[in-house]
Design a binder for this molecule. Sequence first.
Ligand SMILES: [Zn+2]
Length: 179
Amino acid sequence: MSCPGPPWRAVLEENPAAAYPPTHWIPADSANYTVSGRPGTYPVDLVVIHLTQETFPDAMRIFQDPAAKVSAHYMVASADGYIGQFVREKDIAWHAGNWNRNTRSIGIEHEGWIDRPEYLTDALYRSSARLTAAVCDRYGIPKDRTHIIGHDEVPGSTHTDPGPHWDWDRYLKLVAGGG
Ligand SMILES: [Zn+2]
């Protein structure tokens, strides 16, 4: 959790697409998402919360692997709340395992494991909540549990993230407060 100066940050470029909050553009391989023109092509009315079950760098490499067929719009690092953006919000990331929900949502990964609550740091919650609040403001998404859901709540989901240690009450309060 405390590895200093991760080298993957050195190659990042600032993402010009998102004005707030600041994120770093680390494009996923184009084989791992669907180019679209949201919200014109599909309305965006959901935020889907995930835990990676991988380290940030390992999940990043998965998003960059054209064989992986998976991506998320954003990923938040555990130690300091650093945010990488992998897919533009106008495009459809492949994170929910459900095409309809993918078309409607912004997917946010969080670096951690379901059974390792120490990864759910204050920095991670605050940074993620700031991002979710901004996404909700951009698309007029209500900041509630109907519209901010876990991967485990996606219909047909076989995934259990973000799991029992994810503090929804705390998160929703932070989102309501803008992070
Ligand atoms: Zn997930």
